[in-house]
Design a binder for this molecule. Sequence first.
Ligand code: SF4
Length: 313
Amino acid sequence: MMTPTPFDSQSCTSCPRHCQADRTRAAGYCGVGSKPVIAKACVHLWEEPCISGTRGSGTVFFSGCSLRCVFCQNYPISRGGVGWEVEPAQLADVFLELQDKLVHNINLVSPSHQAEAIAEALHLCGGRLKVPVVWNSGGYDATETILALSEQVSVWLPDLKFHDAALSSDLAGAPDYFACAAAAVRTMVQCAGVPIFDEEGLLQKGVMIRHLVLPGHTRDSIRILEWVASEFGSSVLVSLMGQYTPMPDTPGAPARRLMRREYVRVTEALFRLGLEEGYVQELSSAGMERIPEFDGEGVPHCKARVGKRSMAT
Ligand code: SF4
């Protein structure tokens, strides 16, 4: 039986903001109307080894975002208005062209607020798309949206950013972040089950939770790991990251990099809790060099640049 689609462009509730914007007329809180807006589509080699493999991940960066993380490293596309509007059929072509480059998967970065268009594009691809689809989100996903995409997405790669409501309110404008993200991750695990890899070690199905340790907030990180361990044990992968990089002109964001002793404290908790399936990033990975340039690579008709759109506030 088909799951009823939750999408309604004229009263959008695709993400937990439930702002009910009429996206056929104007952008919602996420800054994007009903057509997909993308900033780059390329082969990406810097994800975890089970995602990037040897041939890379076919990555599509979506513009706009329903979170307002003050430390966002993709600010030009999340809130800065950089992106190019395409039709769902063109988005389907983008996925298929990436597949032609022999990538291991199609990696949808920040897709949550563009779920309806993504579902349509994946439907248009049909059986031509052979590689797994990866939902690479900030974790602020609506459970109804996850269920609607559960037959098209096989790898769920959500962040779990914050546990404390005051922290997520201050840093992302979302006091309900953990409640929503926890429900989302539970739903993803129900949909995908335990991780399944192919013979090359590439993740074909399953959930990998990412957590970026924030300077000065190791206690919050450990509470997240404790929750993951108690809910899922080793039936999910965990990717712990220490690459926090302070961005210029970001008031309210932690203004320094993570200290080694902070990262060691969280890493020790990870292993003490038995969360040994996954990855621990090298602390030396911090830096701007891995932040891609959002130049319209791989975007059809990128001359039709949306440019500095005024995002909804
Ligand atoms: S996806 Fe955008 S328009 Fe829809 S509820 Fe979320 S913020 Fe609002």
